[in-house]
Design a protein around this ligand. Structure first.
Ligand SMILES: [Zn+2]
Length: 183
């Protein structure tokens, strides 16, 4: 099904800033509040000296980025561009890297690398693994059976306990996209 222009526009409007995207990622990553990936402590201090905030554990002092362990880790591309690319590449009509570069206004090289990572994440996801929510989300592990039917809390717990896990997420109202955090 082709992407509806107004749907994409709404998506872009909703996730128009790094802050808005980071807020959504935080909700996906820590739906019950921050948990240090090292010691599970829930207390943290926010370090805002970087483009994206770092969450520093109050107990072990480990610093965690909202995109660490995701396909976005290490990228300087703004999060809205990533979200837009995820949206567009998750559509069944498909899109070339050249077209993607044109739409989200990045270089062809950047678009190609983004598309490569996103397609890998999407290929690992299965539509049947979706869980209803405003942000429909799902979790799975590469090389392991999908976690169909598991309650969201169980999935999130497992993600938290197993670094290297992958997650895909879809917006039921605005289209689909996927990302690959390991929480
Ligand atoms: Zn900690």
């Amino acid at each position: 099904m082709p992407v509806e222009a107004d749907t994409y526009a709404q998506f872009c409007q909703r996730f128009s800033s790094d802050a808005a995207c980071a807020h959504a990622l935080f909700a996906l990553r820590w739906p019950e509040g921050f948990r240090c990936p090292a010691c599970r402590c829930s207390r943290f201090s926010l370090i805002r000296t970087r483009r994206l905030p770092l969450y520093q554990c109050a107990s072990c002092r480990r610093q965690t980025s909202i995109i660490s362990g995701t396909i976005m880790e290490g990228s300087r591309t703004p999060l809205p561009r990533w979200f837009q690319a995820m949206f567009l590449l998750s559509q069944s009509c498909g899109i070339s890297a050249l077209r993607l570069a044109d739409i989200i206004t990045v270089t062809y090289k950047t678009a190609w690398h983004m598309a490569h990572k996103i397609r890998f994440a999407l290929q690992s996801a299965e539509a049947s693994d979706l869980i209803d929510a405003d942000f429909r989300l799902d979790a799975f592990y590469y090389g392991s059976p999908p976690l169909s039917g598991r309650p969201a809390a169980a999935i999130d717990r497992r993600l938290l306990e197993r670094p290297g896990a992958a997650r895909s997420c879809r917006s039921s109202s605005t289209g689909a996209f996927a990302c690959r955090p390991s929480f």
